[in-house]
Structures are given as C-alpha cells and as structure tokens.
Design a protein around this ligand. Structure first.
Ligand code: HEC
Ligand code: HEC
Ligand code: HEC
Ligand code: HEC
Ligand code: HEC
Ligand code: HEC
Ligand code: HEC
Length: 238
C-alpha cells in the first residue's frame, strides 16, 4: 500500500513537471515509447519469471484501471498443475489475482498465500449478490481446500478452523499426550495395510506383538515416529 501511495505521488509529480505530452505519448504507443518512463515509476524489479515483461508494463497494467485479472489470465489460463491440486483449484474461478500475487519485490517469488485476500474477494462477490457481509474465517471452507493435507483423516471432523488458524498448521502451546498414553487410537487412524493380511504377516511379527489388536497402537508404536517401532527400532516396509 505504501508503494501505491508513492506511485500516485510520483505519477502526479511526473505529470506536472513533464507535462501532458508524456502521458499522450505513452497512451499512444505504450510505455516503451518513452524510454525512461518505466524506470521512473516502477516501484521495484519484477520477479525473475516476469522479468521478460520489464519493458511491457501494459501486459499487466491496464491504463486507468490498474491490474485486471483478465491480463493475468491471458497468459495463465489452464495451468493444469495448479487446477489439479486441491488447495489451488480455486484458480479456475477466482476473479482477482494481485491480492495474493504481489509484484515488484525483486527476487521474491510472488506466491504467498493470503487467506484474508480470499475472504475479501469472497465478500466482494457476495456483497454484489446479496449485500450481506459474511463473517471472517467462518466464510472459508478449509476442508474443501485442505482435507488432503489433514493428518487426522476422518477423526477430527471437517471444521478445521475450530482448532487451526490460517497462519500455520502448528498450534501454539499444543502438547502431545504422553508417550505412555494408551489412547492413541482416539486420535490416530491406522493405515489401510493394518486392516489387511499385511498386519498379521508383517506388522505383528516385526513388532514382536503376535497377540496385539489393531486398536492397540501403543503396544507397537511410540510418539516420535510411526516407523520407530517400540522395543524394535526403525522399520520401514518396502
Ligand atoms: C507481471 C505483471 C506486471 C508487470 C509486467 C508490471 N507490473 Fe506493476 N504491478 C503488478 C502488480 C500485480 C502490482 C500490484 C497491484 C496492486 O497492488 O493491486 C503492481 C503495482 C505497480 C505499481 C504500484 C501502484 C499500483 O498500481 O498498485 C506501480 C507504480 C507499477 N506496478 C508500475 C509498473 C511499471 C512502470 C511496469 C513496467 C516497467 C510494471 N509495473 C510492470 C504487476 C506487473
Ligand atoms: C505476457 C504473459 C504473462 C502475463 C501478462 C503474466 N504472466 Fe505470470 N508468468 C508468465 C510466464 C511465462 C511465467 C513463467 C512460467 C514458468 O516458468 O513456468 C510466469 C510466472 C508466474 C508465476 C510464478 C512465479 C514464480 O516465481 O514461480 C505467477 C504466480 C504468475 N506468473 C502470476 C501472474 C499474475 C498474477 C499476473 C497478472 C498480474 C501475471 N502472472 C501476468 C507470463 C505472464
Ligand atoms: C487467495 C490468493 C490467490 C489468488 C487470489 C490468486 N492466487 Fe495464484 N496462487 C496462490 C498461491 C498461494 C499459489 C502457490 C501455491 C503453491 O504452489 O504453494 C498460487 C500459484 C499460482 C500460479 C503458479 C505459480 C507456480 O509456482 O508456477 C499461477 C500461474 C497463478 N497462481 C496465477 C494466478 C492468477 C492468474 C490469478 C487470478 C486469476 C491468481 N493466481 C489468483 C494464491 C492466489
Ligand atoms: C480456496 C482455498 C483455500 C481455503 C478455503 C483455505 N485455504 Fe489455507 N491455503 C490455501 C493455499 C493455496 C495455501 C498455500 C499452499 C498450500 O499450503 O497448499 C494455503 C495454506 C494454508 C496454511 C499453511 C500456511 C503456511 O504458511 O504454512 C494453513 C495453516 C492454512 N492454509 C489454513 C487454512 C484454514 C484454517 C482455512 C479455513 C479457515 C483455510 N486454510 C482455508 C488455500 C485455501
Ligand atoms: C480437534 C482439533 C483439530 C481439528 C478439528 C483439526 N486439527 Fe489439525 N491438528 C490438530 C493438532 C492438535 C495438531 C498438532 C499441532 C502442533 O503440532 O502444533 C494438528 C496438526 C495438523 C497439521 C500439521 C501436521 C504436521 O505435523 O505437519 C495439519 C496439516 C492439520 N492439522 C490439518 C488439519 C485439517 C486440514 C483439518 C480439517 C479437515 C484439521 N487439521 C482439523 C488439531 C485439530
Ligand atoms: C489427544 C489426541 C492424541 C493422542 C491420544 C495421541 N496423539 Fe499422536 N498426535 C496427535 C496430533 C494432533 C498430532 C499432530 C498431527 C499429526 O501429525 O497427526 C500427533 C502426532 C503424532 C505423531 C507424529 C506423526 C508424524 O507423522 O510426524 C506420532 C508418531 C504420534 N502422534 C503417535 C502417537 C502415539 C503412539 C500415541 C499413543 C501412545 C498418540 N500419538 C496419542 C494427537 C494425539
Ligand atoms: C502389532 C503392532 C502394531 C499395531 C497394534 C499397530 N501398528 Fe502401526 N505399524 C506397525 C509396524 C510394524 C509398522 C511398520 C511397517 C508396516 O508393518 O507396514 C507400522 C506402521 C504404521 C504406520 C506407518 C505406515 C507407513 O506408511 O510407513 C502408521 C501411520 C501406523 N502404523 C499407525 C498405527 C495406528 C494409528 C495404530 C493403532 C490404531 C497402529 N498403527 C497399530 C505395527 C503396529
């Protein structure tokens, strides 16, 4: 936002001192027609992958209207990798880009996630429809974008925001239950292999626990890693 203020201040000054001729020249044949104009108003170098556009400001900036999603989409529509991944599939329909993809930060790659921007964009389109402002994080469907990331599988439900904020998956002050706990199964789901022949033929034998039932995770597992088998050591089945 500081850059925006600086930009308009610089633009006003430039307009006053150089005069309307400059503006007309730029408008007529693009920013390249006045060699130093881009450097005079550019707030910082473009990110490395956009550096090739350094003399074509108009590819992103529409005169009088600023950054429009349509400019970005022209080059980026149909990015299969992006659309295939759960958390970024929203790119198929999002109508604004520069909220998250901040440019002109030189070496910084412009790919920081901004959930507040997501809320703002959602609210804008909802306001247009129904004039009702949705509450903040509650308006986000965390599960729709992140269920694939959840280590809890089906155990903790779909309301991720009851426990998580958007800044980090870590929870400040969270302490894992004691390694002596026997309740592991309340919070952890065993992998599918534990419900197949593999469990009897491999897992039980490896753990030297021939009589253990699947729900008795604590007999075979510890809290540092699922592959550090209790009393046996590191084991990874290939
Ligand atoms: C790859 C796309 C892209 C190109 C090319 C590009 N910019 Fe930008 N520029 C952006 C984005 C994104 C923003 C942030 C806009 C916002 O905050 O809404 C921005 C912001 C700015 C700002 C701050 C004011 C504002 O509108 O927010 C200025 C000034 C600016 N650009 C100048 C330039 C100049 C001069 C060039 C050519 C040398 C250029 N830009 C080329 C994407 C681009
Ligand atoms: C003239 C075409 C063009 C325009 C306009 C354009 N880009 Fe790009 N953009 C590219 C190319 C080419 C790459 C590099 C792709 C690659 O290497 O796979 C790129 C890379 C990116 C990346 C990845 C950056 C990185 O460091 O990995 C993002 C994010 C991106 N663009 C977003 C945008 C946004 C948002 C806009 C509009 C403000 C925009 N682009 C405008 C062509 C364009
Ligand atoms: C709410 C934030 C947000 C908005 C709005 C948004 N993006 Fe993104 N975009 C991201 C994030 C975060 C990533 C990086 C995801 C990752 O790889 O971790 C990304 C990745 C990308 C990439 C791929 C970058 C790469 O690594 O190759 C492109 C291209 C891109 N966005 C273009 C766009 C365009 C075009 C728009 C507007 C139509 C847009 N984005 C709107 C957050 C956003
Ligand atoms: C429209 C899709 C979308 C929604 C809805 C969404 N996120 Fe995200 N979130 C992303 C993307 C994209 C990223 C960055 C790439 C990634 O981590 O997959 C991200 C990253 C995160 C991160 C990692 C932050 C970091 O820097 O390590 C957390 C934590 C997170 N989201 C929590 C949430 C929570 C909690 C909600 C619900 C309140 C939520 N998200 C809603 C798309 C979304
Ligand atoms: C009942 C509370 C609760 C709910 C609901 C919940 N989580 Fe968690 N989650 C936790 C706790 C506690 C941790 C461990 C935090 C720590 O280590 O700081 C965690 C850790 C995580 C981690 C980090 C795992 C790692 O170590 O890298 C991710 C990712 C995660 N949760 C995603 C989700 C998603 C997605 C949802 C919704 C589908 C969700 N969680 C719902 C309590 C919850
Ligand atoms: C009250 C709930 C709860 C109980 C009981 C519990 N855990 Fe956890 N455990 C979590 C949460 C939440 C996380 C962090 C999210 C994740 O990685 O699953 C976690 C993480 C772990 C991890 C790290 C996973 C990884 O991939 O880094 C291991 C290993 C683990 N627990 C083993 C155990 C064992 C063994 C027991 C029983 C002795 C146990 N837990 C009991 C909630 C619990
Ligand atoms: C009889 C001992 C035993 C019991 C009980 C048991 N496991 Fe395991 N588990 C193992 C062994 C051994 C491995 C190592 C590789 C294998 O056998 O597939 C393993 C592997 C795992 C892995 C890692 C799989 C991978 O892909 O590397 C997870 C996660 C896991 N167990 C979770 C659980 C949970 C949760 C429970 C309780 C609900 C549980 N286990 C009960 C012995 C056991």
């Amino acid at each position: 936002m500081i850059w925006r203020a600086v930009f308009y201040w610089v633009l006003a000054t430039v307009a006053l001192s150089v005069g309307i001729a400059l503006i007309l020249a730029i408008q007529k044949s693009g920013s390249v027609s006045v060699p130093d104009w881009p450097n005079a108003v550019r707030p910082g170098d473009l990110s490395p992958k956009h550096a090739f556009l350094s003399n074509q400001c108009e590819t992103c900036h529409t005169p009088y209207r600023g950054i429009e999603a349509s400019s970005c989409i022209l080059c980026h529509a149909g990015d299969a990798t992006l659309l295939a991944r759960q958390s970024t599939a929203f790119h198929a329909t999002i109508q604004s880009c520069s909220n998250c993809h901040i440019e002109h930060q030189a070496g910084v790659r412009p790919i920081r996630m901004d959930h507040d921007a997501l809320i703002a964009i959602g609210r804008k389109s909802q306001l247009a429809d129904s004039r009702s402002a949705a509450p903040r994080e509650e308006s986000l469907d965390c599960f729709a974008c992140h269920s694939n990331r959840s280590p809890h599988r089906d155990l903790f439900g779909k309301q991720c925001a009851e426990c998580h904020a958007t800044s980090s998956w870590k929870i400040a002050g969270y302490q894992h239950p004691s390694a002596a706990s026997t309740d592991c199964v309340q919070c952890h789901q065993a992998p599918p292999s534990h419900y197949m022949g593999h469990f009897h033929m491999i897992s039980k034998r490896v753990a030297l626990q021939e009589h253990a039932r699947v729900e008795q995770c604590h007999l075979c597992h510890q809290t540092d890693s699922w592959n550090a088998i209790r009393g046996v050591g590191w084991y990874k089945h290939h």
